[in-house]
Ligand binder design. Structure first.
Ligand code: CA2
Length: 147
């Protein structure tokens, strides 16, 4: 089972700026804990600040991945291209947002990703990534897949 976590623009700054919104842990440190916790699965992490970089990676792994956990950052609210890429692949995508975007500015309330996502986790902090990975694992242990 290979599960991919993909972070979009500026998420490389996690733990370094705006801790009141996004917490004080870097994603790299958090990812190390996830690898230990989910030691039975092959967990892969990719981050890009460019839309093209995200598209290329989704095309590359989107037909073989067991499941993709995607925080597209601000591209969530702007990118038709990412929505099209997700619609065009076969692996299920869980959309994750660290903050509760619905408590924030109106422009963060709309997501181009959500209609293409198998599920959405919002406002649970970094734990949202764990929940998404656990969900993909659970679905793939069952005979009847739901995602
Ligand atoms: O809450 C989320 O996970 C977001 O996807 C984060 C994006 C934001 O544009 C979305 O509306 C919601 C922004 C990520 C920026 O992350 C930073 C972390 C530390 C310092 C600066 C930016």
């Amino acid at each position: 089972m290979t599960i991919h976590i993909i972070n979009g623009p500026n998420l490389n700054l996690l733990g370094k700026r705006e801790p009141h919104i996004y917490g004080s842990q870097t994603f790299e440190d958090y990812f190390k804990l996830m690898v230990q916790k989910f030691s039975d699965v092959d967990l892969q992490y990719f981050q890009s600040n460019s839309e093209g970089g995200l598209l290329d990676y989704i095309h590359q792994i989107g037909f073989s991945s067991t499941g993709i956990v995607l925080n597209a950052g601000a591209y969530t609210h702007t990118s038709v291209a990412l929505a099209d890429a997700i619609a065009g692949i076969t692996s299920p995508v869980i959309e994750v947002h660290i903050s509760n975007v619905h408590k924030r500015e109106a422009f963060r309330h709309h997501s181009y990703i959500s209609p293409q996502a198998a599920g959405i986790i919002i406002g649970m902090g970094l734990n949202g990534y764990d929940l998404a990975v656990q969900h993909i694992i659970d679905q793939n242990k069952r005979p009847e897949k739901m995602v």
